[in-house]
Structures are given as C-alpha cells and as structure tokens.
Design a protein around this ligand. Structure first.
Ligand SMILES: CC(=O)N[C@H]1[C@@H](OP(=O)(O)OP(=O)(O)OC[C@H]2O[C@@H](n3ccc(=O)[nH]c3=O)[C@H](O)[C@@H]2O)O[C@H](CO)[C@@H](O)[C@@H]1O[C@H](C)C(=O)N[C@@H](C)C(=O)N[C@H](CCC(=O)O)C(=O)O
Ligand SMILES: Nc1ncnc2c1ncn2[C@@H]1O[C@H](COP(=O)(O)OP(=O)(O)OP(=O)(O)O)[C@@H](O)[C@H]1O
Ligand SMILES: N[C@H](CCC[C@H](N)C(=O)O)C(=O)O
Ligand SMILES: [Mg+2]
Length: 487
C-alpha cells in the first residue's frame, strides 16, 4: 500500500513532504524493520522508541510515524499519539479484518482464558472456523503463535486478524485485558459481542484504584457503538451476579444479555451439583432448558460456561450443539489441571494469581478434600503489591499447610515479595521456601493419602522469570518429577 493512501485515513498530522513510497510492512520494533517498513516511534514505559528512528532508517524503513522531530532523511509523519495512529493505520493496512470476522471480546479479572477456550470449542463443534487470541497463545486453525501479552498491541492484533481472514476464519474470540483497553491496543477492533466475567482486585499497580480499574474495563461495553445497525448488531454479555454489571448495563447502547446464578438472568444455572470429578446443573436459556453434566469443576466454571453459552447463542449456535460440546470439554491447560503420576493424593495446578481466584479454587477444593489441604503459592514481582498479603491470608485461611514461595519475581527481590505476603497472615502457621522447585517438593514430601495439594499462580506457564532471566519451569513437570522421586 502507498504511504499517501494510508495517510488519507489519518486526520491530524504533519508530514515532512509529499513522498509516496510503497509501504510493505508496519513495525513498532526497530529490530523487525525491513526494506519498505513504516516504523512507528512509540514512547514506551522503559525506553523511547524515537531513539531507534535512525536504526529503522538504516534497516530500510520507507517512512516513520513519530510524535516529535527525529533526525532522518526518510519521510516523517508527526502525530500527537503514535499508538493511536498505529491502531488506525493497522486497521487500514490489514484491510479492516475485524469487519470480516464475527468478533467476541472477553474481559474481566478472572476467567477470560477459560471462557475464550470454551467459546472456541463450542464454535468448532458447530463447524465454525474460529481464531483465538489470549494469554496462552493466539491460534489460527491448529497453528499456535506464542504471545508476549494477553492482548497484544494493535499492530500484532490486526496482523493476526488478517491472517485469520486469510485462513478463512469466520469468527474470532479474544481476551481483552484492562491494560489493552487503557493503552489503546484494541482501537480499530469491531466487536460484535463483548463478554464480562467479573471484577475483583488485581492490577492496582497499574490502575491505582478499583474505581479506575472498573471504569477502564467498562470502556469495552460503552465502546460497542452507538448505532443500531440491523446487519451488524452489538451485544453486551454481562454477569448479573457481579456489581459492576449495573454500571456497564447503563453505559452501553448494545443489547444486553445477562447470565448468572443468584440473580434473575437471561441465561441461568439452577440445581447445581458439584463433585470432585465434575459438575451438573440445569441450564436455562430463552431457547430452552438442558440438563448438563460436565468435567469442569467449581462454581467459577459454571459462571464461565454460562458466559460462553450466552455468547454462543448470540452467535446463532443451536443449544443442543452448545451443550454437547461443553459436556465433551476435558479441561483447560493450567486451570484446575490435575497432575496424576499414580500418587494416592491429589495434585492440582491452577493459574490462580489473584485473591478471588485463589479463594474460589481453595473453596472448591475444601468441599471435596478428605485429607489435609496443602497450598504452594507466590505472587508475581512488578505487579500489584497490595494483593500479596490478601493472597497469603486466603492461603492460610483455607490450607492446613500454606507454603509461600516465588512466582515470577521479575525485577523484585523475591524475599521482599515473600515479606509482603507474610504480613497478611494472622497467627496461622505457614512455611516459606523461596525456591519454587523446593517448595513443590516439600509439599509432595508432606502429602499423605487423601490429601490435596494446590500449586497456584503459574498454571500453564512453562517458565519462571527471575531478574531479567527467563528459566524453563513448569509446575506440572516439577510436581510429576517430585512424585516419581518420592516413589
Ligand atoms: C507496561 C506495558 O504494558 N508494557 C508493554 C509495552 O512495553 P514498553 O512500553 O515497556 O516498551 P519499551 O520496551 O519501552 O519500548 C518502547 C518502544 O520502543 C521499541 N523498541 C525497543 C527496543 C529496540 O531495540 N527497538 C525498538 O524499536 C519497542 O518495540 C516499543 O515500540 O509494549 C510492549 C510491546 O507491545 C509490551 O509487550 C509490554 O508489555 C509488557 C511485557 C507487560 O508486562 N505488560 C503487562 C503489564 C500487560 O500488558 N499485561 C496485560 C495482561 C493483564 C491481565 O492479566 O489481565 C496484557 O494484556 O498482557
Ligand atoms: N469466573 C471465574 N471467577 C473467578 N475465578 C476464576 C474464574 N474462572 C477462572 N478462575 C480462576 O482464575 C484463574 C485464571 O483463570 P483464567 O486464566 O481463565 O483467567 P484470565 O482472566 O484469563 O486471567 P489473566 O488475567 O491472567 O489472563 C483460574 O486458574 C481459576 O483459578
Ligand atoms: N496476566 C497476569 C499473569 C500473572 C501470572 C503470574 N504467574 C505472575 O507472574 O504474576 C499478569 O501479568 O499480571
Ligand atoms: Mg487470560
């Protein structure tokens, strides 16, 4: 695409000339620049992308988008906000891919990955071609692409949507993090359905208050568009058992569909029976009822299923297919994932890394555990500090043996993180073992027949970030190895 054709879509800019080079790719990382790239100089959190303008030019960039003067001899387009322009131009460059996809966005503190995967499986069962973007990877057909962020920058996002369109996908489901909304990563996405899971404490390092966090998440719903287009209807799927729903309902002009267990909703679960191997309930929808038995465990899984059912019904998938598909789901990697190496106690690896998710998982375990409960848990570094004592308190409340350890300490001193956690314990006994592998081994060594060990926080992650180094680390493999060694 020629530069001037792209610029016709920008409203507020100054260009250093009228050159019209051919733009062959859009890049925001100078290390990715090739001949013909349009390079966006982005002011980052750790470094100013304008510093790489010269490098981009040397690598063959055809033009630059920048927020201030940069000393290069290729055309420079000065804009107020590079990231905003990047989202606008990515949408155009990739031929507005989200207009060609039935797009479902899932937001909320916990459950985004789970809900997205349930939706993906339902769509696949219905014969739809659906792409997925989220914490674990982005997926087009069977091809998985590793991701750095839960919701990537607009450039990556639009590129992936474009690939989905090329691969003949008709739909896409994506996790929408609050960071992504706040940082403009989803500008340009034409959502058909926005799903809300829940809002509880997390990310207060970034949003500073729950009010602000709630407001930002709400922008996904208020941003669904103000026009009532008959051929492009918009739906907000809201959890009526979560307080934030009242606010989101008011702020959206989309059609609201609610789901819930305790409050009257469009989609409901009644007569819920939970066991340690699965859950059954009566699913009530405007198009019929169905008795469902699934392998997913815990009340939180019922909520996730209700959210997925709502989005799927709105996407014209028949209820019978939805129910059959949910019943066939074996589980979601790293979410209440049972590690079985032939031991006579239960080991669960779960991605609970917030107070609410940890409490949900431990409450669920407490319902079924016949022996003692052992929890191995840590808190991530460079993340919300205020959740640390709360998570420790929850672990101490529900577990007979809480073991505090490191999660991903990142740039923080792991000992300081553990001190923050320990401050939340009110007299209960606990053990602190800084090395996660040793902590898991300690749990395994102390487990007896009928006990349950929950290893929380890292779920599907196959790494541990200590300082600026990323080491291979997988809770599931470490636990399996430890169990084998014990035998
Ligand atoms: C705070 C934050 O969101 N940071 C994101 C941001 O990084 P940054 O601002 O630090 O970027 P930077 O390193 O300062 O670089 C600035 C610019 O210079 C460029 N650069 C840099 C070096 C170079 O040699 N050449 C070059 O061109 C970079 O490509 C970039 O354009 O832009 C990066 C590129 O897109 C993101 O990967 C990165 O996410 C980091 C990894 C992160 O941890 N983000 C978290 C807070 C986050 O976004 N989390 C949410 C999930 C939350 C949830 O669980 O709900 C998410 O959606 O992932
Ligand atoms: N609906 C829910 N309500 C509360 N907790 C949940 C819910 N669904 C899942 N959880 C818990 O939260 C953990 C993370 O779930 P999931 O990965 O689906 O959330 P997420 O919103 O994608 O998280 P992230 O913000 O890291 O992307 C699970 O391992 C489980 O412990
Ligand atoms: N998306 C979440 C994941 C946290 C996972 C946990 N293992 C940690 O590193 O804190 C975050 O970036 O806050
Ligand atoms: Mg996720």
């Amino acid at each position: 695409m020629q530069l001037q054709k792209l610029l016709a879509h920008l409203h507020d800019f100054t260009a250093t000339g009228t050159d019209n080079p051919l733009i062959t790719s859009l890049e925001m990382d100078s290390r990715e620049v090739k001949k013909g790239s349009l390079f966006f100089c982005v002011t980052g959190h750790s470094v100013d992308g304008h510093l790489f303008a010269k490098q981009a030019e040397e690598l063959g960039a055809a033009a630059l988008i920048a927020e201030k003067y940069v000393d290069v001899s290729i055309p420079v387009i000065i804009v107020k906000d590079s990231k905003r322009s990047m989202a606008q131009l990515a949408d155009i460059f990739y031929n507005q891919p989200t207009h060609q996809l039935h797009l479902i966005g899932v937001t909320g503190t916990n459950g985004k990955t789970s809900i997205s995967h349930i939706i993906e499986q339902i769509f696949q069962a219905a014969g739809r071609r659906i792409g997925l973007i989220g914490t674990m990877y982005s997926k087009i057909g069977k091809k998985k692409i590793e991701m750095k962020n839960t919701t990537p920058e607009s450039l990556t996002l639009q590129k992936i949507f474009h690939q989905m369109v090329q691969e003949k996908a008709d739909s896409a489901v994506m996790e929408v993090s609050s960071h992504a909304i706040d940082l403009g990563r989803i500008h340009g996405c034409d959502f058909n359905i926005a799903v809300f899971s829940n809002l509880t404490q997390d990310h207060l390092d970034y949003h500073h208050s729950m009010d602000e966090y709630r407001r930002v998440k709400g922008l996904l719903f208020s941003g669904l568009g103000n026009r009532f287009e008959i051929d492009n209807p918009k739906f907000a799927v809201l959890n009526s058992d979560d307080e934030a729903t009242l606010e989101y309902k008011k702020s959206t002009s989309a059609t609201v569909i609610t789901y819930g267990i305790n409050h009257e909703s469009d989609i409901m679960a009644k007569n819920i029976v939970m066991t340690s191997t699965g859950t059954s309930f009566e699913l009530i929808t405007p198009v019929g009822r169905h008795s469902l038995t699934m392998k997913l465990i815990g009340m939180f899984s019922v909520y996730n299923v209700l959210a997925a059912v709502s989005a799927s019904l709105l996407s014209s998938i028949p209820l019978a297919i939805i129910c059959k598909s949910i019943e066939s789901i074996k589980g979601i990697a790293g979410r209440f994932e049972v590690v079985n190496a032939g031991q006579n106690y239960t080991v669960i690896v779960d991605y609970a890394h917030t107070p609410d998710s940890l409490e949900n998982v431990l409450k669920t375990v407490k319902q079924f555990s016949i022996g003692k409960i052992i929890v191995v848990v840590g808190c991530g570094g460079d993340r919300d500090r205020t959740k640390r004592p709360i998570m420790a308190q929850i672990a101490a409340k529900y577990a007979d043996m809480p073991i505090f350890t490191s999660d991903n300490p990142r740039s923080e001193n792991p000992l300081h993180i553990l001190k923050d956690m320990e401050a939340g314990v009110n007299g209960e006994k606990y053990v602190t073992i800084i090395d996660r592998e040793k902590a898991i081994k300690y749990a395994i060594t102390n487990a007896n027949k009928g006990d349950t060990i929950v290893i929380a926080g890292k779920g599907h992650e196959t790494y541990q970030i200590i300082g600026s180094n990323t080491f291979e680390f997988d809770d599931r493999l470490v636990a399996t190895q430890a169990i084998k060694e014990m035998k």
